[in-house]
Design a protein around this ligand. Structure first.
Ligand code: PGA
Length: 251
């Protein structure tokens, strides 16, 4: 029987200074001490990665970055590379979040370069995809997702794909309090798994974790996690508070 370990990931976005991040990670660690068989990830801002890694090293909580640049080093002012993230204690990188696509010019092409640099470094990429409200209204959801996956994973080898995580985050559900319905989520997740199967075969499709993101809260997490193709959650707002994030992790 197929089994994918659920992954509950907290995207802290541009919240928390170093002290606040260390406090939240410390509290969370205590609250999830009973958890087994769920992978837990927090992604603080770059500035807090190294200090938070001191708190979570060798614990159940993994560390992720919210973005990456594809070169290893060089004259790229303001950017952060895979080796730097590894040395700061990261295991995961969130790539192509809709806020980066919307406000910072991220495209499917730059996403592709970031995915490749991330997986070849040994870090685990979390590729975010999702349609806007207008695209859903115009019945373009599946063509948008198809393009984001095809272009985002272009020329990726089987091995590079191996550890990849996908996060489906409908843009209209992010930070709005309006989560997608279980039917909408399952329909898209099954579609995404089918795409992976067509590209990389059945085994990898069954092994790939597909997270849902967009207004996940303690109140709606269990019905989402009960869906057959939902393997975890990417949580923004509700991950900032250790109590509510712990409730989500205890789905
Ligand atoms: P939200 O954000 O949980 O606040 O809707 C999700 C995300 O942006 O990853």
């Amino acid at each position: 029987m197929e089994y994918r370990i659920p992954l509950i990931a907290g995207n802290w976005k541009m919240f928390k200074n170093c002290n606040e991040a260390v406090d939240a990670a410390t509290q969370l660690l205590d609250l999830v001490s009973d958890i087994e068989n769920v992978d837990i990830l927090i992604a603080p801002p770059f500035t807090s990665l190294a200090v938070v890694s001191e708190v979570v090293r060798n614990t159940r909580i993994d560390l992720g970055a919210q973005d990456i640049y594809w070169e290893k080093e060089g004259a790229f002012t303001g950017e952060i590379s895979a080796p730097m993230l590894i040395s700061a204690g990261c295991q995961y990188v969130i790539i192509g979040h809709s806020e980066r696509r919307q406000y910072f010019g991220e495209t499917n092409e730059t996403v592709n370069k970031k995915i490749k640099a991330t997986s070849s470094s040994g870090l685990i990429p979390i590729l975010c995809v999702g349609e806007t409200e207008a695209q859903r209204d115009e019945k373009k959801t599946f063509s948008v997702l198809d393009k984001q996956i095809e272009k985002g994973l272009e020329d990726l080898t089987f091995d590079e794909h191996h550890s990849l995580v996908i996060a489906y985050e409908p843009v209209w559900a992010i930070g709005t309090g309006k989560s997608a319905t279980p039917e909408q989520v399952q329909e898209v997740h099954a579609f995404l798994r089918d795409m992976i199967e067509k590209r990389f075969g059945n085994m990898l499709a069954k092994a790939t974790r597909i997270l849902y993101g967009g207004s996940v809260k303690p109140e709606n997490v269990s019905e989402l996690m009960a869906l057959p193709d939902v393997d975890g959650a990417l949580v923004g707002g509700a991950s900032l508070n250790p109590d509510s994030f712990s409730k989500i992790i205890h789905f």
